[in-house]
Design a protein around this ligand. Structure first.
Ligand SMILES: O=P(O)(O)O[C@H]1O[C@H](CO)[C@@H](O)[C@H]1O
Ligand SMILES: Nc1nc2[nH]cnc2c(=O)[nH]1
Length: 292
């Protein structure tokens, strides 16, 4: 009934991967972090690191994109136990959605309660500037409109329900916490909130596509995060996500601007310090079991 590419990994295979990792580190992470393009420096801020190359982890895919190192790093952030993906997987790398989202189920089985995702995105909102950090409050799942959802296939109730709710995908308390911390850190001038739209990539958008996405209510566009969020919410983890606006999308036929991955990585570098401080401060203030 379900094509092979839709079956993903079984609960037992996910459990085996999680148990393999747990056997090799004493860290019991409550927070899982995913680093966006050019934002892998976040993982370097973890103390007492135990790092695994993706190629050594049973069932894990490999990172193929420049700016995604391909390591799973365990450690502590100001005393809080964390696990951090230094490099994520994207649909355009040729992996099925069930594979690019596998790490979310591994996070869950490692004991993670809160997932923090970061990404590089093109700004669609004309009020945004390159270097702005956008707290994601909602998403538009374009591949989902075409029938591509990471939860397609048989549902294993040990992970979650068949029809998970997504109107509360992005935890509102965590959004407020990020806004408060950002303001305390003096980031008010470049801290925004908005709607992230995912496309399959790897080609960047045409001018007509950018205009359409903006009209549909998207503030930023990228090629990741949403699938991970859906799987993380399906298995009951809290989610916080942010986009670094690495480039302004082209909306005007007279513009000479051209989207490119080098600019994306450069902007990542130039905001690395602030991003790391925002995320690490959040980690120290997130309460578990009783929320914030
Ligand atoms: O979403 P992350 O992984 O940050 O990467 C973003 O940057 C790349 C394009 O430059 C695409 O992969 C896009 O999704
Ligand atoms: N799709 C898309 N992804 C990005 N990632 C970083 N910038 C962009 C962009 O402009 N478009």
């Amino acid at each position: 009934m379900y094509p092979e590419t839709h079956t993903g990994y079984s609960y037992e295979e996910c459990r085996a991967t999680a148990d393999w990792l747990l056997a090799q580190t004493a860290v019991r992470p409550l927070v899982g972090i995913v680093c966006g393009s050019g934002m892998g420096g976040l993982a370097d801020t973890l103390k007492d690191q135990v790092a695994f190359n993706y190629k050594d982890i049973p069932n894990f895919p490999q990172s193929t994109v420049h700016g995604h190192a391909g390591q799973l790093v365990f450690g502590t952030l100001k005393g809080s136990p964390c696990v951090c993906m230094q490099g994520r997987f994207h649909l355009y790398e040729g992996y099925p959605m069930q594979k690019i989202t596998l790490p979310m189920r591994i996070f869950k089985l490692l004991g993670v309660q809160t997932v923090i995702l970061t990404n590089a995105a093109g700004g669609l909102n004309e009020d945004f500037k390159v270097g702005d950090i956008m707290i994601i409050k909602d998403h538009l799942n374009m591949p989902g409109f075409a029938g591509n959802n990471p939860l397609i296939g048989p549902n294993d109730e040990r992970f979650g329900v068949r029809f998970p709710c997504m109107s509360d995908a992005y935890d509102r308390e965590l959004q407020q916490l990020a806004m408060d911390i950002g303001n305390e850190l003096g980031y008010g001038d470049f801290l925004r909130e908005g709607v992230y739209c995912v496309l399959g990539g790897p080609s960047f958008e045409t001018i007509a596509e950018c205009r359409m996405l903006h009209k549909l209510g998207a503030d930023a566009v990228g090629m990741s995060t949403v699938h991970e969020v859906i799987v993380a919410r399906h298995c009951g983890m809290r989610v916080f996500a942010l986009s670094l606006i690495t480039n302004q999308t082209v909306m005007d036929y007279d513009s000479e601007e051209k989207a490119n991955h080098e600019e994306v990585l450069e902007t990542g570098k130039s905001r690395a310090e602030q991003l790391e401080r925002l995320v690490s401060t959040m980690v120290t203030r997130i309460g578990h079991n009783n929320y914030c």
